[in-house]
Ligand binder design. Structure first.
Ligand code: UD1
Length: 373
């Protein structure tokens, strides 16, 4: 059985690593074979290459080289590229992860080629259809055959859409597999010592959502609010390429904000683990802070990962700058909640996924459907 594993953008790489490793471990005797397909949506060493090296992900078999572009341009290039790969050799299953453009583009191509689609991190919903990621989730899940989920809420969302329980596999969180596997390898970034950073004595922020970073004035207002409420602590800001363009338009930033390059995985997790708190508009980071017990403020109005709020250390602060000060006061007053780790976020998700796929294959469930055309 040939499985295509699709990865395109930074948050995909930590999600596929445990699946690739589990296939390599379990492959012997199971007849499982995989082809790693990098769509090239992210291409810089800092956004892509460093993650492959640090996480021990093998070189992709194919790189579609899609690069930057509008949503439609990226989608079109990825679809054309993957269609070409399938024309050369059809696989039995296309495994996509997360909610990025590559996830949606490849699942559509696979389905039109009558190949089964497995979606890892299926069923999560923010309810906010202005986010491209939410559209990607809806499209992908509407044509997925095997739904691998991270939470009971995701299972519920899928059942509400009429998905049968037979197709839902509640396996846990592959991003947390990667986190747990690498926690004893994390390393301080080069600037940690020279900037005199110490554990618990800085704030870490990440911002890249168009709603937060595409208008320089509102980005500056948010950064000012963070700086004013940081009680003199340095604020470390690893800057995503999308955000950097707008920071350049702003010019001078508050003095406590230290802008640094996007960090490789082991350095970034080190920064999270030692931060006083993390302020972010990412979804994945709220899962990592939950598992590490680090206070997290999400600068968005919605989350597709509500368990990080109900069980974890995350709180939805919203995008209005005036909401940041009161939350930071609670942090500094020592009133932040402690949180607990959601069920099955235990480091064994990749193995559960591969075992389930192998079982499906052994049972000869119809992975390749008959094409009527
Ligand atoms: C994408 C994902 C988002 C994810 C984020 C993490 C979608 C719809 N969005 O958003 O879910 O949280 O990645 O990083 O798929 N760029 C570089 N170098 C790179 C990659 C991108 O300079 O290696 C630049 C691009 O030229 C572009 C900007 O960064 O100007 C945005 O990249 P893009 O992939 O379009 O979307 P993201 O905002 O990164």
């Amino acid at each position: 059985m040939l499985i295509d594993i699709i990865a395109g953008a930074r948050p995909n790489f930590m999600k596929i690593a445990p699946i690739v490793h589990a296939i390599e471990k379990q492959a012997e005797g199971t007849g499982l074979e995989y082809r790693l397909i990098h769509t090239g949506q992210h291409y810089d060493a800092k956004m892509s290459g460093d993650f492959f090296t640090q996480l021990g992900i093998p070189e992709p078999h194919v790189n579609l080289g899609s690069g930057s572009g509008t949503q439609a341009e990226q989608t079109g290039t990825i679809m054309k590229g993957y269609e070409g790969v399938l024309a050369e050799r059809l696989s039995d299953l296309c495994l996509v992860v997360g909610d990025v453009t590559s996830t949606m583009a490849c699942s559509v191509v696979a389905k039109k080629a009558c190949i089964g689609v497995a979606h890892v991190e299926a069923g999560i919903r923010s309810g906010d259809r202005t986010m491209p990621e939410e559209i990607n989730r809806l499209v992908t899940d509407s044509i997925t055959d095997y739904f691998f989920t991270t939470s009971e809420l995701a299972n519920e969302n899928l059942r509400k859409c009429g998905i049968s329980d037979d197709a839902i596999f509640f396996v846990g969180n592959t991003m947390i597999d990667t986190l747990l596997r690498n926690l004893d390898r994390i390393q301080p970034p080069d600037f940690f010592g020279p900037e005199q950073l110490t554990s618990g004595n800085y704030i870490l922020i990440t911002l890249h959502r168009p709603a937060n970073v595409d208008q320089p004035e509102s980005l500056l207002a948010m950064l000012n609010a963070i700086a004013e409420s940081a009680e003199g602590l340095p604020v470390i800001f690893p800057v995503h390429p999308r955000t950097r363009k707008n920071l350049e338009l702003i010019g001078d930033l508050p003095e406590c904000i230290r802008v640094v390059d996007p960090q490789a995985y082991l350095q970034f997790i080190y920064l999270v683990k030692n931060a006083k708190a993390v302020l972010t508009d990412s979804g994945g980071i709220t899962e990592e802070t939950t598992v590490m017990g680090i206070p997290c403020m999400t600068l968005r109005d919605s989350t597709e990962r509500p368990e990080t709020v109900t069980l974890g250390t995350n709180e939805l602060i919203g995008t209005a700058p005036e909401k940041i000060g009161p939350a930071m006061q609670r942090l500094f007053a020592g009133q932040w909640k402690k949180g607990q780790v959601p069920p099955k976020w235990d480091g064994a998700t990749g193995e559960r996924i591969v075992a389930a796929i192998s079982e499906i294959y052994q049972a000869k469930m119809p992975l390749v459907e008959e094409c009527v055309s």
